[in-house]
Design a protein around this ligand. Structure first.
Ligand code: DX5
Ligand code: ZN
Length: 226
């Protein structure tokens, strides 16, 4: 069975003064999803953007042919539920959160899905996958952090490869269609190794927005993925 690989540029590394243009440019360059990092300076030591920015960017998240490109919202906030509802109303297509940021993980998943939005769980580098035992039948996405959340431009933490392998086994055992996304330090020269561990969706911020030619980087990533 061939794997469909997805590349999700993270706008955390984009030019904030021109976010709409940046979203359009990276979609023209071949992005499959737009990764939207939400930080509250509480769960993580940084502060980014809220639902209003997601709503403003939604009309820009489409191809030249008018096909909508999914907005993949990564919530690094605590509590989760109120803002998750806000992002669902603002046009998010996928919303993922950190289990240790919600007092009621299953309820938070249900609340996201009740809005017709796909739900995901995010695992920090030291966080075990145990909660998946009780939630794998309800989620659409598993996001493995390969850096400690809060900043772009950090180096890939190799122990994430073993966790990706574990998550891939759990997805296969579940028989469900669940995306396995990896976030942090993804580059042209390591993306193949991450795919070999079992990932199918790759967040990349500084590797793409830190370069003048977004298309060249995305094409190189696709070439490496084969
Ligand atoms: C970090 C964010 C990541 C980050 C990735 O907390 O969740 O999405 O923007 O940036 P790079 O690819 O530069 O590591
Ligand atoms: Zn992220």
């Amino acid at each position: 069975m061939t794997t469909t690989f997805r590349i999700a540029p993270s706008i955390l590394s984009a030019d904030f003064a021109r976010l709409g243009e940046e979203v359009k440019s990276v979609i023209d360059a071949g992005a499959d999803w737009i990764h939207f990092d939400v930080m509250d300076n509480h769960y993580v030591p940084n502060l980014t953007f809220g639902p209003m920015v997601c709503q403003a960017l939604k009309p820009h998240a489409k191809t030249a042919e008018g096909v909508a490109v999914p907005i993949d919202v990564h919530l690094m906030i605590s509590p989760v539920d109120a803002l998750a509802a806000g992002f669902a109303e603002a046009g998010a297509d996928l919303i993922s959160f950190h289990p240790d940021a919600s007092g009621h993980v299953h309820r938070s998943i249900q609340a996201i899905k009740s809005k017709g939005v796909k739900a995901g769980l995010v695992f920090n580098p030291a966080e075990p996958l145990d909660v998946l035992q009780w939630t794998i039948d309800d989620i659409d996405l598993i996001l493995i952090m390969s850096v400690n959340p809060g900043f772009g431009g950090q180096s890939f933490i190799d122990s994430a490869l073993r966790k990706i392998e574990q998550a891939r086994k759990l997805i296969e055992a579940s028989g469900r269609d669940i995306r396995l996304e990896v976030d942090g330090g993804i580059k042209v020269d390591n993306i193949r190794r991450v795919a070999d561990a079992g990932a199918d969706t790759f967040v990349a911020g500084s590797a793409i927005f830190g370069q003048p030619d977004y298309k060249r980087v995305i094409d190189q990533m696709r070439l490496a993925l084969g």
